[in-house]
Design a protein around this ligand. Structure first.
Ligand SMILES: NC(=O)c1ccc[n+]([C@@H]2O[C@H](COP(=O)([O-])OP(=O)(O)OC[C@H]3O[C@@H](n4cnc5c(N)ncnc54)[C@H](O)[C@@H]3O)[C@@H](O)[C@H]2O)c1
Length: 268
């Protein structure tokens, strides 16, 4: 779906690739950009920063809470009208502890935000998009949702579930011949601060490029986009190569299995 003259809602739109995608949408002539985020100060700052580029509205929403999502959705519809494009981008990584050292709270928080959050928002948006007969939903997942790495079991599982949900939804809508489309984006590490400290054999990607590619994928109605392109081959390799060879190549040679050892995450 084209961006021009459409209203775009982005969750997690105050930081990282969500914020850049918002800016790109305004530059491409979106009718209105609606930012949802949990960080109120960042919402105010982002709205102020972007208001010269076009119409921008911001709402505080904790996407892990259906009540908070309901309130923000009602306020968005009342103030901004229908949402044409929803980009589910909000996400977190809690720590780089081994699974055995996680807490119940860590498990709940990760799954509630990274997996259930996008579902809660989409449930509201989808009903309205189907009724209007148009809409596009873009889900930002992760290559960690296909390639399991040590010390990110919670994040990997939350994104694995997000990919499964997003792809099921895509197929459901296609089989219904729905005019509502879904794009699943699965990027490799991006230099936004979220994964500060990691040491990666493969190039950590620039946020500007990932955001631009994600927006292009929406404009082209792509079902699935791995970023960078070789991420598309992860599943193929897993299917073809025996696990111990896969572990040797990616764990021992490419050192992917120690990538999280020096993770610090964003400090604030
Ligand atoms: N950075 C990476 O290396 C990377 C790689 C692959 C996928 N991703 C995914 O891309 C998305 C964006 O990542 P980023 O690096 O730009 O992140 P970021 O940390 O820069 O931005 C995330 C935003 O989400 C908001 N947020 C957090 N919890 C929220 C909640 N409960 N409700 C509403 N908003 C909430 C934060 O306030 C923040 O503004 C995430 O879903 C992330 O998992 C990131």
């Amino acid at each position: 779906m084209k961006i021009e003259n459409n209203t775009v809602l982005i969750t997690g739109g105050c930081s990282g690739i969500g914020k850049i995608m918002g800016r790109i949408c305004l530059e491409k002539g979106a009718r209105r950009l609606v930012i949802w985020d949990i960080n109120e100060a960042a919402i105010d700052a982002t709205v102020k920063e972007f208001c010269a580029l076009g119409a921008v509205s911001g709402y505080r929403a904790d996407i892990s809470s259906p009540e908070s999502v309901d309130a923000a959705w009602r306020a968005t519809l009342a103030d901004c009208g229908a949402v044409d494009i929803l980009i589910n981008c909000a996400g977190i990584i809690t720590n780089n502890k081994r699974f055995a050292d996680q807490t119940d709270a860590d498990i709940n928080r990760t799954i509630d935000i990274n997996t259930k959050g996008a579902m809660f928002v989409t449930l509201r948006a989808l009903k309205e998009m189907k009724a209007r007969g148009r809409g596009h939903i873009c889900n930002i997942t992760s290559s960690a949702g296909m390639l399991a790495l040590p010390k990110m079991a919670l994040y990997a599982s939350s994104k694995w579930a997000a990919i499964g949900w997003s792809e099921s939804l895509t197929i459901e809508l296609q089989r219904e011949k729905s005019p509502v489309h879904v794009t699943t984006i699965a990027p490799y590490f991006i230099n936004t601060g979220m994964f500060d400290g990691i040491r990666s054999f493969f190039k950590v990607q620039e946020p500007e490029k990932v955001a631009a590619k994600s927006i292009r994928a929406i404009e082209r109605n792509k079902e699935y986009k791995g970023i960078p392109f070789p991420a598309h081959f992860i599943r193929l390799m897993q299917g073809l190569v025996p696990q111990r060879i896969f572990n040797f190549v990616f764990g021992d040679i490419c050192k992917l299995y120690t990538v999280m050892d020096h993770f610090t995450g964003r400090k604030n």
